[in-house]
Every structure is written in structure tokens, then in C-alpha cells.
Ligand binder design. Sequence first.
Ligand SMILES: Cc1cc2nc3c(=O)[nH]c(=O)nc-3n(C[C@H](O)[C@H](O)[C@H](O)COP(=O)(O)OP(=O)(O)OC[C@H]3O[C@@H](n4cnc5c(N)ncnc54)[C@H](O)[C@@H]3O)c2cc1C
Length: 322
Amino acid sequence: TVTLRSGAVLPYERLVLATGTRARRLAGLQDGLDNVAMLRAVAEAHNLRARLAAAQDVTVLGGGFIGLEVAATARALGKTVRVIEAAPRLLGRAVSPELSAHVLATHREAGIDVLLNATVDGFAIDGTHLVELNIDGKRQPIDLLLLCIGAMPETALARAAGLECADGVVVDAHMQTSDPAILAIGDCTRFTDRRADRPLRLESVQNANDQARTATATLTGAPRPHDVLPWFWSEQGAMRLQMAGLVPPEGTPGHVTVRRPGPGANPNAFSLFHYVGDQLVCVESANAPVDHMMSRKLLEAGRSPDAAAVADAAVPLKNHLA
Ligand SMILES: Cc1cc2nc3c(=O)[nH]c(=O)nc-3n(C[C@H](O)[C@H](O)[C@H](O)COP(=O)(O)OP(=O)(O)OC[C@H]3O[C@@H](n4cnc5c(N)ncnc54)[C@H](O)[C@@H]3O)c2cc1C
């Protein structure tokens, strides 16, 4: 049974957990500070909009998708923007080093101050106001701080039910947890992607939708193993990033990256085709939506066009689907 906060007790034959994630907090920093914002729930989005209007200097902690999207928006609103990222590159968990470098250059060109390998090692608070952050030992005044340091899977309920969890609720190819009567889908799950052949936890609308379809098939007695090409997008100012497939982990033997120029003479439009050996496994596109759509079709069809051919923008990708 499931017990609601109201005390109501609901029986179930099959239960689906879709509990998502919660924003990671900065260790030691109290909640409720009047110039610290997060972005997860709708109320936080409204709060951020109001705070952004009142602020002139915005510090974004975390150079992931959400942090960079907000940073680009704040910069476009004329704010002074600084991004603090602990890792050596932006979007390190999600995109290739080549695309990271392009994203970094684009944001810096727009006037965003991006600090890499930078860590917060202290803060000064006055009442409910964050006055300063210590960044790499230097005290920096704070007008508005946005915390975008990732999300943690919401597994409390799953743990209480005794389900296997490991940075997410562990599910099999049918979205079944360690208790076959309970399924889990979306951001809260850890599953083994057939193509990547490694356990993953993906935070994307597309993944949540596709896992919901797989779970529905399981629940309706027509099970089919989850086998879906992951894809993602992010809009950061004028930069539109679209990714199909998963970038091979750094150091993967046989990994080769081929650059295809995008449409027109725009140097900021291109796609990066990632091969492992002869196999095309992932395509990252910047401002090249048609190539992204075609790449998804190629990957879904299991096609691996010749690297020299994809590098030639004069040859439409759809030719490789024929
Ligand atoms: C600012 C922001 C921008 C994003 N942009 C993109 C994007 O551009 N593209 C993209 O693909 N993805 C994006 N995402 C990610 C996307 O929102 C998530 O991948 C998607 O919402 C996951 O869906 P879900 O149903 O698994 O979880 P959620 O949407 O997080 O829903 C989980 C729900 O479960 C509720 N819940 C949790 N625990 C319990 C409980 N014990 N009992 C009852 N209810 C509970 C939560 O309150 C929540 O409402 C973004 C996320 C954020 C925060």
C-alpha cells in the first residue's frame, strides 16, 4: 500500500515511481537567504525572475545546462554575469570537450566571466543576506547568487520501500525496480542504456517520456525492452545545442570526432560526429537543427556514414539514409 500525507492508504497492484530530482544545495549554506535563488520548481522560477529584475550582478554557481541558460538570459538582460564552475570545462558531464570549448568561447564573447576549476570555500552572511562568497580563497561580493550545481534523484520513497538504489532507483530494461510490482521512470531512475552499455541516469524530458512508454508497455502486458536513442537540447542565448546519442566517455579507444560545417557560412553552426571505430554513436549540433534531425534518423537507423562524407557539408545527410 501507499500512505499519503493525509493518512489515506491506497492499495496497488502495480506502482510507478516518477519522483524526479531535487536541486543539490551548497553544503553549509542555509535556506531562505534573500539573494540566493535556485531553479527547479515553478515557484523558484517566479522567484528568480523577480530577483533578476532587481539585481545588477549575477553569480551563477555551476556551469551545467541550467546555469548556462540562466547566465545567457541574465547577460542578455544587461546584467554583469559570472559563472563559477568547479570542473575544468563547462557541461563536462554531457558534451564533448570540443563542444565545451565552443560553449565557453561563446559565453565569454558575450561578456560572461567564466571561471573554471573554481571552488567556493566559504561565505559571509549578514542576517538573511549572502554578502560574500570566498572563491578560490578570494572574497567576492554577491548581489544575486543562483545555485545550479545539479540535481539529486528523489529516492526517499524507493528506499523506504526497500528498493535497490544507486544514484537513482535501479530499473531493468522494462522499467521494473528490484520489486517487480514497482516500476520507476524519468529523472529518478538509473538504467543500463543498451547503446552505451553502462548504467546511466538521464535528466531530460525525452528520456522521461520514452521511459513512460516502456513502462506502459510493461504494465499493459506487451513488454518490450527499452531501446531508445537519447537526445537533448539546450538554448543558451542565440546558441542552440542539440545532441543525439551519448558522447563516448573521454579516453574511449577508437573514438574519433569529425566536424561538419553547418548551414551557410556561419562559423557558429556545425555538427560534431562521434565515431567509435567505424560506428557512429553520437552527433552534437550547434545551430544546425536540420543536421540534428537527420543525425537522429541516421543513429536510429544504425547507419554509420563514411567520416569523409559527413564532413562535406555539400553532401546532404539525407543522402546517407537512402
Ligand atoms: C530549469 C530546468 C530546465 C530544464 N530544461 C530542460 C530542457 O531544456 N530539456 C530537457 O529535456 N529537460 C530539461 N529539464 C529537465 C526536465 O525538466 C526533467 O528531465 C523532467 O522534468 C523529468 O521528468 P520527471 O517526471 O522524471 O521528474 P519531474 O518533472 O521532476 O517530476 C517529479 C515530480 O514528482 C514529485 N514528487 C517527488 N517525490 C514525491 C513523493 N514522495 N510523492 C509525490 N510526489 C513526489 C515532485 O514534486 C515532482 O513534481 C530542465 C529542468 C529544469 C529544472
